[in-house]
Design a binder for this molecule. Structure first.
Ligand code: EPU
Length: 337
């Protein structure tokens, strides 16, 4: 295990904030991870587990040890019409989507171009264009920092919900995701239920799309709407879409008749945070060196030279304004450090 001191994290967070880690190590296997955890206990230092850094806002330098998950490997086992795919936590998510698709394994095509690593996918239960990763997961392999051993948690025990899992709760903090196990299909029958996906396929006159066509279309939509973190620093959607009471939705509808709403099984209504932020006039606004993206109001961006405190302040202002205007509380999606 190699530990570096005062390591810049600029390349390890998609906002591109120039903070440093007091100590840093990249782990390539479970033994290294075990040693890194033991090191933090021995030295009485906190630790921060970092994947692709695409869902974190650094507002300061990191104390203790940053453990970068660099475990690699994709193992595919086909059985008839399905395949199980074991993916180590350090694999790049989008490359995995491309790889499985080109092997004729379907089910991840709607999740194309999501930044980050495979190990982070179950933590916030990544989702896009009608699919959430929990629908494809059979289990999650973890390192249990409390008992210092490996475990495999069946998906049903991971408490998955919209942008939520066990791993985000106090009970799940003891676990570090080391690999995910997916079940994919050899049958090319993509899920085409999301409005924006249907509309974009229709524009191309595609009636019965293949998984490859869904993949290409998702890539087109994302490229148009979402900034590439390599060009403009960002962490994707900054807020979750709020789920509100029917009564509040009905009241809002009288003032804003074109407010979209998607009923949940619970009777509550999910509304697009992007719509609320956009109609409140925030889209394209700048504050210091950060701002709200001009093509997608849900994405906060670093225009270059910005920092995490500026992002946190902008997010606070937006949250307060949305609460005042609509009576809706927006919940932040990325972790603030
Ligand atoms: N809208 C606006 N203004 C905008 C953008 C969108 O009014 O600037 C409206 C649209 O007209 C539409 C609605 O908001 O009625 C929904 O927009 P969109 O389909 O773009 O989806 P979203 O709710 O903004 C969510 C996810 C994205 C995911 C897309 C596609 C969350 C927090 N975000 O965005 O996820 O890619 O759906 O499924 O659920 C991410 O998590 O980082 C992310 C990008």
């Amino acid at each position: 295990m190699i530990i570096e001191n005062n390591k810049s994290l600029i390349r390890f967070n998609s906002f591109g904030f120039d903070v440093s880690a007091e100590h840093y190590t990249a782990v390539e296997n479970i033994a290294d991870l075990h040693d890194a955890i033991c090191w933090t206990l021995e030295h009485k230092k906190p630790c921060l587990i970092l994947g692709g850094g695409s869902n974190i806002v650094f507002t300061r330098n990191v104390e203790g040890l940053v453990i970068h998950m660099a475990l690699k490997g994709v193992d595919i086992t086909e059985q008839g019409k399905t395949a199980t795919v074991r993916v180590a936590a350090g694999e790049n998510w989008h490359k995995l989507v491309e790889k499985t698709l080109s092997r004729g394994l379907f089910g991840l095509e709607n999740l194309a171009l999501i930044p980050g690593q495979a190990g982070a996918a179950p933590i916030q239960n990544i989702g896009a264009y009608g699919i959430e990763v929990c629908q494809r997961l059979s289990s999650v392999e973890v390192y249990d920092t409390q008992d210092r051993c490996e475990r495999t948690l069946p998906a049903a025990e991971c408490d998955f919900a919209y942008r939520h899992s066990l791993f985000k709760t106090p009970a799940g903090r003891r676990y570090i995701v080391t690999a995910i196990n997916l079940i994919l299909s050899t049958v090319d029958a993509p899920d085409v239920t999301y409005r924006a996906l249907i509309d974009n396929l229709a524009k191309k006159n595609i009636v019965t799309p293949s998984a490859r066509q869904v993949f290409d279309t998702v890539c087109d939509i994302r490229t148009q709407k979402l900034p590439d973190p390599a060009v403009i620093g960002n962490a994707g959607s900054f807020f979750k879409n709020p789920v509100i009471k029917r009564q509040l939705f009905d009241t809002l509808k009288t003032n804003y008749p074109d407010l979209p709403g998607f009923p949940e099984d619970t009777g509550r209504i999910k509304v697009p945070a992007a719509w609320l932020i956009d109609r409140a006039g925030w889209k394209g606004q700048r504050s210091d060196r950060v701002g709200v993206h001009r093509a997608q109001a849900l994405v906060l961006v670093n225009h270059g030279g910005g920092n995490g405190q500026q992002i946190a302040m902008l997010a606070d202002k937006i949250q307060q304004d949305i609460l005042q205007r609509y009576g809706v509380h927006l919940e932040r999606e990325p972790m603030l450090y």
